[in-house]
Design a protein around this ligand. Structure first.
Ligand code: CP
Length: 318
């Protein structure tokens, strides 16, 4: 594998999950693969899980790791070509990318949607420039439209905890005080649509995801009806996608918060969220702390999601 920007880059997902579980059982078995290879992790946005789990995964494979927080300690980067750089941005991405690439073998990039231009966000303007100008394998640590390390960890977790061959999985919108990108729900939906699960997406009207991500999922505007019989409830907030409301908050309706009354409608469902989560906005304290909450094992699986991706990239290096 050269680049990892979407779950589909993994090919056969059964084989990918099986590989991730083998890595989980023996994380240090491939320590020679990354010997004398360097990973550069570039963050345009904050992170806890992605930063720690990817660094741990790379170390498990014997790699050296360099981390750059673009907005803390580096020159401010201009990303638009043709701009007269007389403002506060000292360096252009078009020089910075090949320079950074010269110090490493593999690059991870985190660059969220900016909600300034839907066209820029949905063409992955920043991530695609890293792929185009670095000459190195690049993987997404959450880009504008997808978070494929997260959705692969979500899939590993569902496969570990499912109690029926074809579980019912419900992705539900939940309220949040800030406008959040669609990357996590997009990637989750993309992944679920590749699996033989019953998959339902529920949200208030106006929060439809891009059709290429919602795909064949059943869309249900009545959250209670969507939750009936669910085996997994994946809660997440996202801002509107459809024009003219792209990037806007249309609702903060707290009746969409997942609490024990909502969970009582399900088939004793497991609760999932990618974290970080706003308690008592997205989910009540008792649900996230309850015995069916998977948020901690789900986050722990980020290590093996990243290690599978890095292993395949290292195996593909010539
Ligand atoms: N879920 C996730 O990507 O967490 P971080 O933003 O903390 O990396």
């Amino acid at each position: 594998m050269r680049h990892y920007t979407s779950i589909s880059d993994l090919g056969n997902l059964k084989a990918a999950v099986s590989e991730a579980l083998q890595i989980k059982a023996r994380p240090f078995a491939w320590q020679n693969l990354g010997k004398n290879k360097s990973l550069l992790m570039i963050f345009f946005n904050s992170s806890l899980r992605t930063r720690l789990s990817t660094q741990k995964a790379a170390t498990n494979l014997g790699m050296n790791v360099i981390v750059l927080d673009v907005n803390q300690g580096a020159w401010k980067l201009e990303t638009e070509r043709g701009v007269i750089m007389d403002g506060d941005k000292s360096e252009h991405l078009l020089e910075a990318i090949p320079v950074m690439a010269s110090y490493c073998d593999v690059i991870g990039v985190r660059s969220f949607a900016r909600f300034e231009s839907k066209a820029d966000d949905y063409s992955e303007k920043i991530l695609s420039q890293f792929i185009q100008y670095s000459g190195k394998p690049v993987f997404s640590m959450e880009a504008a439209t997808r978070h494929p390390l997260q959705s692969f960890a979500d899939l590993i977790t569902i496969e570990e905890f499912k109690e029926t061959a074809r579980p019912k999985v419900v992705l539900t919108w939940a309220p949040h005080p800030k406008a959040l990108p669609q990357a996590v729900p997009n990637s989750f939906a993309e992944t679920m649509n590749l699996c033989n699960y019953e998959f339902v997406i529920t949200h208030p009207k106006g929060y439809e995801l891009a059709p290429e991500f919602s795909g064949k999922a059943r869309i249900e505007y009545d959250q209670n009806r969507a939750l009936e019989g669910a085996d997994f409830v994946y809660a997440k907030n996202w801002a509107a996608f459809a024009d003219p409301n792209y990037g806007k908050i249309l609702s903060q309706d707290r009746s969409w918060t997942i609490d024990s009354k909502k969970m009582s409608l399900t088939n004793n469902a497991h609760f999932m969220h990618c974290l970080p989560v706003r308690r008592n906005m997205i989910v009540s304290d008792d649900v996230i702390e309850g015995p069916r909450s998977l948020v901690i094992p789900e986050a722990a699986n980020r290590e093996f999601s990243a290690q599978t991706v890095l292993k395949r990239i290292l195996e593909g290096l010539t």
